[in-house]
Design a binder for this molecule. Structure first.
Ligand SMILES: CC(C)(COP(=O)(O)OP(=O)(O)OC[C@H]1O[C@@H](n2cnc3c(N)ncnc32)[C@H](O)[C@@H]1OP(=O)(O)O)[C@@H](O)C(=O)NCCC(=O)NCCS
Length: 438
């Protein structure tokens, strides 16, 4: 480790330089606007925001170029790495929520990569999260190989489809929901008003969903700019589904990439968010986006792999998979709390020997689960399954197969039949889904 490198929480005066380092790590234009610094300051908890500073690294001219704010070097040098976390609620199987340590804005500048900076920042953050009492840490991983070493496992996956509307086999004369519900366009102000309460109902229905802050809604609806010149806010189309009794059961936003060819419309509708609290609302919103005139292609955005979309079509093959990947990663911090928070479809007792080299959540735990409640506590009984804490993260929301991880040699079955028992306990009918990036 370079002796001139300091890893510490940042202060207000570090924010411009911290933002510049964040841009560099995410390959964005390094210039940082005054507006962005102000927005950032309102949205980050400085006590949970870390940076690495290199006393030997000085800026060439101390400024970021035309239009940018002065991001002067701090007393201990320039910022060369960024890391931040914030409080989040994660919905678990059964609809309860657990307190999560959401990790975000992770970068190490290419000039300082592979010297252990991420490891130092992550170790500090996870230790503090454990002390705070968070049950789990969460993140959306940019690349698969980064976070397994810190005890994170891929807990939800996403699929993105591209639908050839002409081949979809839907009724071209579709006029709207036939169930008495209705779809209406909405202004950003309306969405800001009704969105948060709708989303609170939504996230209780979806394991893997995460809470959204008031700032999230303001930024999503253009009320608060992120100040980033590279990505100005563009108003999407917002639409609301109301059920026959007037309840808001669905919220949709989409953009359109315009294209005409030889006087023929060839536009692509890109779904930003399509959330529903009832199957009728979900079907209605998909029908809606698939029947907008002039649209020949619909891109679904990141959906649960078992989304209804393909099977909703007369010809499901009209929906081509364009992305299928891991999405939300979980790092268990409090095993008893996590395992007690979720529900189980079966009754069984299971002893899990959880290995955790970082020392945050290791131990042997007895899970005693029934469909009406579960207990989980440390035990001295001999284990049924031995697994790394990252594998528990992958299994926790029910998306991964215990038997598959046994076949991969990542989970050890210590008692015959234990993997099948764990499978029956942990798996769920529908797959978890995290609709948000953070
Ligand atoms: C990902 C990133 C933060 C890692 O920073 P870093 O300073 O190289 O991390 P560390 O030196 O602490 O790496 C720790 C270990 O992880 C490995 N590692 C880190 N990033 C990796 C990657 N993308 N792929 C494979 N291995 C990786 C390192 O090789 C090292 O392994 P070792 O301990 O066996 O030597 C940095 O590469 C980066 O900023 N990438 C671009 C932005 C990004 O992807 N951010 C993550 C957003 S979720």
């Amino acid at each position: 480790m370079n002796p001139g490198l300091t890893v510490r929480t940042i202060t207000e005066s570090d924010v411009p330089d911290w933002c510049r380092a964040l841009h560099v790590g995410f390959l964005r234009r390094p210039t940082v606007s005054k507006e962005e610094v102000e927005t950032r300051l309102g949205g980050i908890d400085l006590a949970r925001t870390q940076g690495a500073f290199d006393a030997g690294s000085v800026s060439v001219n101390g400024v970021n170029g035309a239009g940018g704010v002065n991001s002067a070097d701090g007393a201990d040098g320039r910022c060369v790495a960024t890391f931040r976390s914030f409080a989040q609620q994660l919905t678990v199987v059964g609809g309860a929520a657990v307190p999560a340590d959401a990790v975000s804005n992770v970068t190490v500048s290419p000039t300082h990569r592979r010297r252990g900076l991420l490891t130092r920042m992550m170790d500090t953050d996870l230790r503090l999260a454990k002390e705070r009492g968070d049950a789990v840490a969460t993140l959306v991983s940019a690349e698969y190989p980064i976070y397994g070493r810190y005890g994170f496992g891929p807990a939800t996956w996403i699929t993105e489809w591209e639908v050839d509307v002409a081949r979809a086999g839907l009724d071209g004369r579709y006029t709207g929901p036939a169930d008495g519900g209705r779809v209406d366009f909405a202004t950003p102000e309306t969405v800001r008003g009704l969105g948060p309460a709708f989303h609170e109902r939504f996230r209780a229905t979806r394991p893997g969903a995460v809470s959204r802050s008031e700032r999230w809604w303001r930024m999503e609806t253009g009320d608060l700019s992120n100040g980033a010149a590279d990505e100005p806010w563009k108003e999407p189309f917002f639409a609301v589904y109301r059920g026959p009794d007037g309840t808001v059961d669905g919220l949709l936003s989409y953009e359109v990439n315009e294209r005409w060819d030889g006087k023929l419309p060839d536009n692509t509708l890109v779904v930003r968010h399509l959330l529903a609290t009832s199957p009728a609302a979900e079907r209605a919103l998909w029908h809606f986006v698939l029947s907008v005139d002039w649209i020949s292609t619909v891109r679904s955005g990141h959906r649960a792999p078992d989304d209804v979309l393909p099977l909703l079509l007369g010809d499901p093959r009209a929906a081509r998979v364009t992305t299928h990947a891991d999405y939300l990663w979980l790092r268990p911090l409090d095993v008893p709390r996590l395992l007690q928070a979720r529900t189980y479809a079966a009754s069984a007792a299971l002893v899990l020997d959880v290995r955790d080299p970082a020392g945050l959540a290791p131990g042997r735990y007895l899970l005693d689960a029934t469909p009406t409640g579960a207990t989980c506590a440390p035990t001295t009984r001999s284990p049924d399954l031995t697994l790394d804490v990252a594998e528990l993260g992958a299994l926790y929301l029910g998306d991964e197969s215990v038997q598959r991880l046994v076949a991969l040699g990542r989970v050890q079955e210590e008692q015959a039949g234990a993997a099948a028992t764990a499978e029956a306990l942990l798996r769920t009918g529908r797959r978890p889904w995290c609709p948000d990036v953070f």
